[in-house]
Design a protein around this ligand. Structure first.
Ligand code: ADP
Ligand code: MG
Length: 259
């Protein structure tokens, strides 16, 4: 995707620390993600990958550092050189610019695919039901589920549910999409369809941060691969170079376990 990547950074993560009580989970994370870039994040369980995504998406507050998405400082605003926490409404506005897809799809079980997708656009963006539905049907087509619009989650496979979850996130027209192990809960034969949807999305120019153990996806679709361990970035760079020739022992050890 590098041909489509411009040099403008969309996400700037600077010196980010996160503690849960005395448990120091993120220990000074610096990362830049350009507009249109697919940034793949790997690392052992407990290394802080989900926490980092949750900090970008304002599901967690950070204890030090700054995160910018576009021109916005995430979670805070600066007034006369002082940082103030954003109000609930302002947090909601920032969050609506960022789509997130989780390992578990968390669809509303008592709502159909299309009803799941129109929920946020109608409630948060106050779109009319007709407008939101039209867009939802386009998105279902985009994820290969045009003929499943009126299915309930229980009538869909895990892979189909995850594709609905992706469509639901896209319905808010986010400028950034975060994926937290989107295929880890799926049966192996369902993984490919979800990865294909993500690949198409990357091709369309979406800026994406993807936590995954799918090294093939990282190699094929990723512009950058970042290996985290123990709350720090151990190494980051071209996915193909890092996979072929990891520079750090910890990266080597991890890759040898997942490849
Ligand atoms: P990863 O996604 O890389 O597996 P996480 O970001 O989920 O790692 O977790 C990093 C560390 O933070 C782990 O030690 C985990 O137990 C801890 N942690 C995550 N969420 C919480 C929480 N809400 N409260 C306390 N500790 C947490
Ligand atoms: Mg995780």
């Amino acid at each position: 995707m590098s041909t489509e990547t411009t040099t403008k950074p969309l996400v700037r993560i600077e010196g980010v620390h996160k503690l849960y009580g005395s448990h120091h989970v993120l220990k000074g994370i610096d990362m830049t993600i350009k507009q249109g870039e697919v940034s793949v994040l790997i690392g052992p369980s407990g290394s802080g990958k989900s926490t980092l995504l949750r900090c970008i998406n304002l599901l967690e507050t950070i204890d030090a550092g700054r995160i910018h998405v576009g021109d916005e400082l995430i979670g805070y605003k600066e007034v006369d050189g002082k940082l103030h926490h954003l109000k609930v409404k302002e947090i909601a506005a920032q969050r609506s610019e960022i789509g997130m897809v989780f390992q578990r799809f968390n669809l509303f079980g008592h709502r159909t695919a299309v009803e799941n997708i129109i929920e946020a656009p109608t409630q948060v963006k106050k779109q009319s039901k007709t407008t939101a539905k039209k867009r939802a049907l386009e998105l279902l087509d985009q994820v290969g589920l045009a003929d499943h619009a009126n299915h309930y989650p229980a009538q869909l496979s895990g892979g189909q549910q995850q594709r609905v979850a992706i469509a639901r996130a896209l319905a808010m027209d986010p400028e950034l999409m975060l994926f937290d192990e989107p295929t880890s809960a799926l049966d192996p034969e369902l993984v490919g369809d979800v990865l294909q949807v993500m690949k198409d999305l990357a091709k369309s120019g979406m800026t994406m941060v993807v936590v995954t153990h799918e090294i093939g996806f990282a190699r094929e679709v990723g512009d950058t691969l970042t290996f985290m361990d123990g709350g720090v970035v151990v190494e980051s760079g071209d996915p193909r170079e890092i996979i072929a020739n990891p520079q750090h022992e910890r990266t080597k050890g991890f890759l040898s376990r997942v490849l």
